[in-house]
Design a protein. Structure first.
Length: 310
């Protein structure tokens, strides 16, 4: 069993409009844009990162905003809900705030005893705020949102699957423990994790497969401390029969990828070197940062990207 995964590192989704996406996550949800860079495979498209002050692993939502991308179709074989942690007692504040800003899909309920506010992002992204009683992570404080209400980072994520058995086995191998079940939802946790340490598996045997597009999660990344631990995880996965990519340098972390039995793309990402490797913490996300191979084409790349609000 793998013992080095501590919870989520980041979640990467797709969007259809960079300006709209940036405004929603920085203004509406009050996260900090910690990096403004480009897609490694298509430098005409931004890669935007939102999180806490430093972009701490377990807090970072990232997006590829492909202009005018077709909307995704929800279904199975995907991350069905990305969940953020908020302080207990703050659900009312968020319901009022999101209502006032015209956010869609608002619905409140309880999940495993915790208050939850479900809502949709600009592209129909399935998102939720979940109340936590003991999340000590320090939030980024944005205008109009106090420390008593601010998002702490991820709580976890919910996977929609035809059959949960094989993914449950994989999560167990990755160090997650089965916690409890409510109806067709089973929760897995990482004991002593980084706060972003719950995964809920939802069994939806009659639901059609998802089609990726704007609003869909592209992949979900799990955190390990460093490259040495990452190589150990890679070997353990490959020894178990998973087809895992070589290690890829993503500038702010090192990444490996593999496809799960349920169809979801998993990444294992390192906590090092972090988002301050090329920017001072006080100025994260302000300047356009490019992978070194694209630096000679900076003028052309910048001219093709829409300006973003600070």
């Amino acid at each position: 069993m793998i013992k080095d995964i501590k919870g989520l590192h980041h979640v990467t989704s797709m969007a259809s409009n960079a300006q709209q996406n940036n405004a929603f996550f920085t203004d509406t949800l009050g996260l900090r844009r910690v990096k403004k860079t480009v897609n490694f495979d298509d430098p005409s498209v931004y890669h935007l990162y939102y999180g806490d002050e430093q972009g701490t692993p377990g807090t970072v939502m990232t997006y590829f905003p492909f202009s005018h991308m077709m909307a995704g179709r929800p279904g199975v074989g995907e991350v069905g809900e990305t969940q953020f942690s908020i302080p207990k007692g703050s659900l009312g504040f968020w319901k009022d705030r999101l209502t006032a800003q015209g956010v869609g899909g608002l619905a409140t309920d309880a999940v495993f005893g915790a208050g939850r506010l479900r809502f949709t992002g600009p592209d129909g992204d399935a998102l939720a705020l979940v109340e936590a009683t003991d999340d000590a992570r320090t939030p980024w404080i944005a205008a109009g949102i106090s420390a008593d209400n601010a998002i702490r980072g991820f709580a976890g994520a919910r996977f929609n699957l035809h059959d949960t058995a094989s993914t449950a086995e994989l999560l167990g191998f990755m160090g997650y423990q089965r916690a409890e079940t409510e109806g067709d939802v089973t929760r897995f946790i990482i004991p002593g994790g980084n706060g972003a340490d719950t995964i809920d598996l939802v069994a939806l045997p009659q639901t059609p497969f998802a089609r990726q597009g704007a609003g869909s999660v592209h992949h979900i990344a799990f955190a390990v401390e460093n490259r040495e631990k990452q190589l150990e995880v890679r070997k353990a996965l490959m020894d178990t029969g998973y087809q895992v990519t070589p290690v890829i340098d993503r500038d702010y972390f090192w990444a490996i990828y593999f496809r799960t039995p349920g169809g979801i793309l998993f990444e294992i990402a390192t906590n090092e070197p972090g988002f301050d490797r090329d920017e001072d913490t006080a100025h994260l996300g302000e300047a356009l940062k490019l992978p070194s191979r694209y630096e000679p084409f900076r003028n052309k790349i910048e001219s093709g990207l829409v300006p973003l609000a600070a």
